[in-house]
Write a protein that binds this ligand. Structure first.
Ligand SMILES: Nc1nc2c(c(=O)[nH]1)N[C@H]1C(S)=C(S)[C@@H](COP(=O)(O)OP(=O)(O)OC[C@H]3O[C@@H](n4cnc5c(N)ncnc54)[C@H](O)[C@@H]3O)O[C@H]1N2
Ligand code: MOO
Length: 404
């Protein structure tokens, strides 16, 4: 049985970035740019006023004759004579002959004249041409994630469309005669197919596009048929039917369709029966059916693959050191990915387990936000420091008491 790290390495080595596509800049959020973006011009394009006030030549203060008005959007081409000032609005280009701006609050206007309440510093409140970015600067390097600030910067640089790595389409197949779709009334021996939707949500959260294929009945023929239906996607994620049961047909179906199982079983709990295959050159992840095993193995193997395919360079979740709040024991022979609840206490992270760690118990994930790896046959005492993979960082958001 291979280790988690061996399985990750074997999978990630085979994942190559998808093609790129041209999208409107406004659709670029959270996508990766394959190329560097170089400033085609200086921003700002001209020296301009940072304040609503008066522009003048610094040598002319303190009393100045007001000779014009310059709102943002207009320009003054004629040099402003010494001893004169222009009433200028924020963003308007500094007129020739002027080098300094004083805000409106720092002057007194008397008829046609403006008097400074205190001497102004030369060049004050002037934003210089190119002080944000200069023409020729590499503003957004290749491989960057486009955040809202990069979207704004691309627009400021005159871009309307840009190339980004394509979103990965991930087909999701549930297997099992016991499954009902959400919304069906409970019936004996049946349970709701929750995995298709938790996995689809994980795909969306990673920036991919899920294609939910539905449920394959527990026959080889049905499993083959449903797998074939998913082969238009870039990757296939199957859940259930991958263990040693009499009705576990997933591996056989992949092979019958001409796929190659590259490995089966990873030394981990939950998620041991995971199989990784390639079929028609596409990665196929056959995840276990237990709801927690499916989600945890998605986290470890599918999410980083998806991110790599979409051009990301940082494909792993953040890891923090946290103080364990209670004793944690792994009596088993596999490394145990224990679900934990992490909190931040001013200067340190604390973590406690989410209770019963059965891999069928989805609440072990809903109650938590992290995963800690316990070595086989090991005990961690309360108060020791453990590494925790953060599955989300919502708990670090600030809170504010506001009335409803
Ligand atoms: N004799 C052995 N039995 C089992 C072993 C083993 O090594 N020897 N491994 C166990 C482990 S570990 C796991 S994990 C499960 C995985 O089995 P499968 O991948 O074949 O999954 P299923 O048997 O189809 O389902 C397991 C469990 O999960 C429920 N399930 C399945 N699909 C869904 C879904 N889409 N939504 C919600 N719940 C789902 C299913 O009803 C079962 O309860 O095998 C152990 N057995
Ligand atoms: O690997 Mo299984 O997920 O322990 O239940």
């Amino acid at each position: 049985m291979i280790s988690i790290e061996q399985a990750q390495r074997a999978i990630f080595e085979q994942i190559t970035p998808l093609e790129t596509e041209q999208v409107p800049v406004s659709h670029g959020l959270n996508r990766i740019t394959p190329e560097s973006h170089v400033a085609p011009w200086d921003i700002p394009a001209a020296d301009n006023s940072a304040m609503d006030g008066f522009a003048f030549c610094h040598e002319s203060q303190p009393a100045l004759k007001i000779v014009g008005f310059l709102p943002a959007g207009d320009v003054i081409d004629e040099p402003v004579p010494a001893g004169c000032a222009i009433r200028i609005m924020t963003g308007a280009p500094i007129p020739p002959g002027c080098d300094t701006v004083v805000p409106i609050e720092e002057v007194e206007v008397e008829g046609e004249f403006v008097r400074l309440k205190a001497p102004a510093r030369a060049g004050s409140h002037v934003r210089l041409r190119g002080e944000d970015i200069a023409r020729g600067d590499v503003v957004i390097p290749a491989g960057s994630v486009l955040r809202p600030q990069e979207i704004g910067m691309l627009c400021a640089m005159g871009k309307t469309t840009l190339a980004v790595y394509r979103k990965a389409r991930v087909a999701i197949l549930a297997t099992g005669d016991e499954l009902l779709e959400p919304g069906s009334p409970p019936s004996p021996g049946k349970l709701v197919n929750s995995n298709s939707y938790s996995l689809a949500a994980q795909v969306v959260e990673a920036g991919g596009e899920p294609v939910v294929l539905g449920i394959a009945a527990d026959t080889l023929a049905a499993t083959c048929e449903m797998i074939s239906a998913g082969m238009d996607a870039d990757m296939l994620v199957i859940t259930g039917g991958v263990s040693v049961g009499d009705r576990d047909f997933v591996k056989a179906a992949i092979e019958q369709l001409g796929g190659e199982i590259q490995f089966w079983k990873v030394d981990m709990k939950p998620g041991k029966p995971l199989a990784f295959a390639s079929l028609q050159g596409k990665p196929v992840f056959a995840l276990p059916g237990n709801p927690v095993a499916a989600m945890v193995s998605f986290e470890l193997f599918v999410r980083p693959s998806l991110l790599k395919a979409m051009g990301h360079r940082r494909i792993l979740r953040p890891v923090v050191n946290a103080l364990l709040q209670e004793r944690a024991v792994n009596k088993g022979s596999r490394p145990h990915l224990v679900r934990g609840l992490v909190s931040w206490h001013g200067d340190r992270y604390l973590v406690s387990t989410t209770g019963n760690q059965s891999s069928g118990r989805l609440s072990s994930l809903t109650l938590g936000n992290g995963l800690m790896k316990l070595a086989p046959e090991s005990t961690l005492e309360a108060g020791c420091e453990v590494e925790v993979v953060l599955l989300d960082r919502w708990f670090e958001q600030g809170e504010m008491e506001v009335s409803q």
